[in-house]
Design a protein around this ligand. Sequence first.
Ligand code: IMP
Ligand code: MG
Length: 178
Amino acid sequence: MTQRAYVIDEMISAKSIAARVEALARDITGHFADTDKLVVVGLLRGSFVFIADLVRELDLPVEVDFLEASSYGDRLESSREVRIIKDLSGEIARRDVLVVEDIVDTGHTLLHVAQLLRARGPQRLEICALLDKPTRREVDVTATWTGFTIPDEFVVGYGIDYAQRDRNLPHIGKVRFV
Ligand code: IMP
Ligand code: MG
């Protein structure tokens, strides 16, 4: 696929992200203080950098698992039809679960994943999303913790891609077509 030319304008610095992740981890640690072993579920692929930083700041026993849901492909718009491409490796029945997502946009992905996981009978299920674009929401779903609320811009970096590019940027930037 040929890519339209674009530049990336920094929106959230690596330093701001690190400070926010630390604060989120403190809240999450407090919330799950009495857990045996928290299952942290990262939604692939966009959450891989965030989950790596977040779990290292959690002062809790944790297990890490991943789930991949279908996404944008190479487009800028959500398909609204969510399919599970890779399921969890472990069981979550009667466990404390934290779902870690990169961005809540229309909300379809998170709603679908939350319904799927709740049906498996976890003891507690909470959601932590790094970014939230509330003005784009089409279904009713809210993360328990949100890193940053952002305007309706297409963003990349810190694990988040545009057509599989730019996941390795240390900051979050907005895509501007030129
Ligand atoms: P939703 O189902 O519309 O909420 O879309 C959620 C998924 O779309 C996120 O997990 C991201 O993978 C992707 N997504 C949403 N907004 C952006 C963006 O600005 N940049 C890159 N991916 C995005
Ligand atoms: Mg995603």
